[in-house]
Design a protein around this ligand. Structure first.
Ligand code: ATP
Ligand code: MG
Length: 340
């Protein structure tokens, strides 16, 4: 039997998405994509609250999408994850990773034994004595809970990776401009600022589309499903009536302001940079009128990211449309690209 490929697995708050890519002559080919919705509350911002529901959803996803491989790369989206730049003694990477708990103890928000630590090297200093890179500290318990659920579904976690790094691989456009990739989910928003593929800021904000829906519901006295429908249909567009657009605009303000603050942070400090373009992904990026509103408020070029540009397509009649893939698959595609 032919060897199967690793499958990129993105367990979001709204749905679980899986992507299989195959190695083609001209680069990766999208071999399979599957998605199953999750009921509200089963997963929230990267934390599994209802394992049974997630295990059943994973089993359903594998059978409905006819995924062959059982080895997955798990994407971690969790606002408690810390990614920060750091210089460490330039040891061989294995040794360096081993020494991390002692080196970084003081800088972590969580105790060392509650964190999964990793180091992503960027460049060595001129004298070769130190190595600049990114320290990654993810909350161990949330990751282990996800790994357990995946194993209960008869699958195996071959690797764990940050959803933010997956976004960088799948959605970055490399043209020398400082670009921010912003993935707006339901309860988490990933912000990755990079220069030519090299990450400058990696953050997960504890905000997303669910909060916008709740604010609309509270403001207009609607149920959550009604508010969700208003948000997705009218969004920030005036043709839904200026009052509705004003409510949505108000509801999205905290998220936009926090995205903006992440960019401002870059204009201070040692290596200053200014974001020149924002590439949006995730369900929240589909908010009608968002691209124009962000463009105006942040005074930056704003586009919708296209993870499909990184993979070739194989004709498949049952697959969802290009737009759906483009909106939903950035993280899961990027997870498979890292495994290539
Ligand atoms: N057309 C649309 N307009 C506005 N918002 C939308 C639209 N479609 C989906 N959304 C919003 O996108 C959010 C879900 O996005 P996504 O599917 O990327 O989240 P997730 O990855 O499952 O969750 P998370 O990353 O927060 O764990 C929801 O808040 C939903 O309301
Ligand atoms: Mg998400």
């Amino acid at each position: 039997m032919a060897a199967t490929n690793l499958i990129g697995l993105d367990i979001g708050s709204m749905s679980i998405r899986a992507v299989e890519t195959a190695r083609g002559k001209e680069g990766p080919v999208l071999a399979n994509f599957g998605e199953v919705p999750l009921p509200e509350g089963a997963v929230q911002a990267g934390v599994i609250h209802d394992e049974k529901v997630v295990v059943a959803a994973l089993r359903h996803l594998w059978s409905s999408a006819k995924l062959r491989g059982r080895d997955v790369v798990l994407g971690v989206t969790n606002p408690q994850t810390v990614v920060r730049e750091l210089s460490l003694p330039n040891l061989p990477l294995r040794e360096l990773r081993k020494s991390l708990p002692f080196q970084v103890r003081e800088m972590l928000p969580l105790p060392v034994d509650k964190s999964l630590l990793d180091f992503f090297p960027l460049e060595a200093s001129e004298d070769g004595k130190t190595l600049r890179g990114l320290l990654i500290a993810a909350p161990k318990e949330a990751v282990l809970t996800a790994v357990h659920a995946i194993e209960q579904a008869g699958l195996h976690v071959a690797r764990v990776d940050l959803a933010s790094f997956a976004l960088l691989r799948a959605a970055s456009y490399l043209d020398e401009k400082v670009e921010a990739i912003v993935d707006i989910g339901a309860h988490a928003t990933s912000v990755v600022v990079h220069h030519d593929g090299s990450p400058l800021i990696v953050r997960t904000l504890p905000r997303g589309g669910a909060e916008i829906t709740e604010r609309i519901a509270a403001r207009v006295g609607a149920t959550v499903p009604e508010a969700e429908s208003i948000k997705c249909r009218v969004g920030l567009l005036d043709d839904g009536g200026p009052d509705t657009a004003a409510v949505v605009r108000e509801a999205i303000r905290p998220l936009i302001s926090e995205i903006g603050s992440s960019f401002t942070y870059l204009t201070t400090g040692d290596r200053q940079a200014r974001v020149a373009r924002v590439a949006l992904s995730g369900g929240g990026a589909q908010l009608p009128g968002l691209v124009d509103a962000l463009r105006q408020q942040l005074d930056i070029d704003v586009v919708i990211a296209d993870p499909m540009a990184r993979v070739k397509e194989r004709r498949q009649s049952k697959r969802p449309g290009y737009d759906r893939l483009r909106a939903a698959a950035a993280v899961s595609i990027g997870l498979t690209l890292g495994a290539a």
